[in-house]
Every structure is written in structure tokens, then in C-alpha cells.
Design a protein. Sequence first.
Length: 421
Amino acid sequence: MTILAIGINHDTAPVEIREKVAFAPDIINDALHDLVSTPLVNEAAILSTCNRTEIYCGLEEHSSERAIVEWLQNYHKLSGIDISPFIYAHPDNLAVRHMLRVASGLDSLVLGEPQILGQLKQSFSVASNAGTIGKLLGRLFQHTFSVAKQVRTDTAIGASPVSVAFAAVSLAKQIFSNMDKHTALLIGAGETIELTARHLKESGIGRMIIANRTVEKAQNLANELHAYAIPLSEMPNHLSEADIVISSTASNLPILGKGATERALKSRKHRPILMVDIAVPRDIEPEVDELDDIYLYTVDDLKEIIQEGLKSRQEAAKQAEEIIDTQVAHFMGWLQSLGAVSTICNFRENTEQLAAVELEKAKRQLANGVDAEQVMQQLTRNLTNKFVHAPCVNIKQAGYDNRTDFIDAAIELFSLKNTDG
């Protein structure tokens, strides 16, 4: 068995490419079943966020990652686009290391951000429910969650909570000095928007409007943060009220276009609007950026902002890498031990068969009236002779052949004292 992780992220590809290979939540289940139906793929999980799309596979044997890349390309019908230059592939221990680093926030746009761990747990849950998680990936995910918790506990990697949502709010605070005099329109009601709303609340935002396709979900968040919830269909009617627009939905198509924005600007008498689109695929049409008085940022534009404050996390990141080094070795040790399982099972079965034969002999002797102590002594001698016969023959032959490596291995295997010399 072998592990393969392939992916595309904020470091390897621009948002225009990432959005083409993103998986909306409603298609991941079907995608997983399609993936495990391909030759050699036994297990699979898909992680798809605004900053990365990654596929984790448990394979029957080593094979070219090209087959998985081709599956990804074909599934998204990208026949005219070669995504190979943007893809990274990590086999076996490198795949384990990559997943541990991702879960610990070491591979994130914002170093140490905690949101990715929840997203990884969600991808595991989805794959488990789809029935595409087996022993190999199941053990890897559980190990990953444990290591990520250790990193959070033993280092200061998360001492200052930072995320894409935090960066978006930081940008708003740079542009609008008096947050209490402004209104924010949040589009979506998922984890990213919830985190954004909390950061805005802490920053003293004057008013918040939360628009979502399922208005009940928006209302729950709005009630907690004293905001105003509306259905997504009413969002264009409230756009003119917003000084800040932050959007993060799972829509496959833009939900805010140039026309609606132009109408909002006219109603606002061209007072500027900051728009931050942190969705992949994008929620806001790129053409919106052509309008005067609109300042549109995507997740890629947030990179410069989130560099601030990272110095305090650098030492923590080094400590986290040391933890990960150790834990990769632990996991690979477990994985390599699986190769010995069949040998152990055969050894145990053979030993049990030898013991069963001698036990039957002893029972017959007892039934024939032979003294019990004599029977037990004979049973002990017979078992000893049976168990050590093959090893002794092989060790003796190794000595004859001067195979010191074999003899050293036998000494270690049977925990013997080396009396040679």
C-alpha cells in the first residue's frame, strides 16, 4: 500500500486556475466515488478550500501521479487547459508530512491559521460518509488530527489568531478608520463568514448585514452578533447600504455582477465601497473592479496584508516542524510494520499448529493413565524441540556460511546475549 497527495494551492496557482479545479460541497460525494472507481485507487479524500484543492489517495501500489492528475482534469472537463505546471505531488512519507503541515497551518496563506484543521476534519467526515476512507487514510487522518492538536498545545503557532477572514477585516480597518460609522454586508454564512463577522464585531463595526441563500442560517448568526439577516435574493437591494462587502459562498457562479454594483454606486452617490471576495470560485465578477469608487480584492490580494505579524510565529513554526519530523517517522513506522503482519500471522499460525499436535499427544497419554507430571515434562520438551528446531537449523547453517548479519539478526529477534568472542 502507498499514499499519494496531489494538489494545487495559493503558492502554485493563481485564483483563476484554483477556481477551475475547486469542488463544491454538493459534488464531492460523487467525485469521491468516481475517483475510487479508477484503477489502483482504494481510498480517497478531497480537501477543497478557497486556497487549495488536494486529493489524498490510498493506492494498491506505486503508480504515476499522472493518472490522478488526468482524473482531476477530466472530472472538471478542462480539456483545453493543462494544469500540470500548477500541481504538486507527494508520495508516501512526503504525503504524510504534507498533510501534517497543512493541518498544523504551516502550509497556509496565513502561517498557523486554525481554520484549515476544521476544513480537513470536514473533508475526512465527508469521505467517511461516502465510504471512501479505509484503514490507511483513516489512520493517517486520525494521526494528523492528533499531531495538529499537539502543535497547537506545545507551540505558540496559534497564539495570535490570524486567518483570511482576519486579513479581510484588517484591510477594512486600514481603509475605514472609524469602523463604528460604517456598514458591512457579508455574503454567505459559512465558517469563513462567521469568523469574519466575529472579527468585525470585535473591531466595532457600526452595522452588519448577513445575506445567505438559507436565511435561517444567516439569522442564527445575526442573532448572536446583533446583525441583520436577509435572503440572498434581497442582497442587491441592500448593496447601496454597504461600505464594506465581504463574500464567501460555495456558489459555482458569480452572485454579484457589474450591473448591480453600478446601481448601488449611483444610489450611494458614488461613495466608495471596499469589496473583498474570498470565495473560490469567485463570488464577484472581475469586471466589477473596472468601476470607479470600487476597491475589489481577492484572496490573492490579501497575501501582502497577512505578512504582518508573522515574525512572532517563525520560531513556533520551527518547533512545529520538529514535532512533525518525529510524527512522520512514527506514522511511517506503523505503515512499514503492515508489511510484517502476514509474516507474524504465519508464524503464529504455524506455532499454534505445532502446539495443538503436542497437546493432543499429551491428552491421549493422560487418558491412558500416564503420570500427569511425566506428561507435562514430556509436553514441555516436545514443544521446546518443535519451536526451536527450524531456527537452530538456520542459525547453524548461517554460521557455516559465515553470515554474521543473520546471526546478529537472530540475537536481536530472540533477545539473546551474544556470547561470541
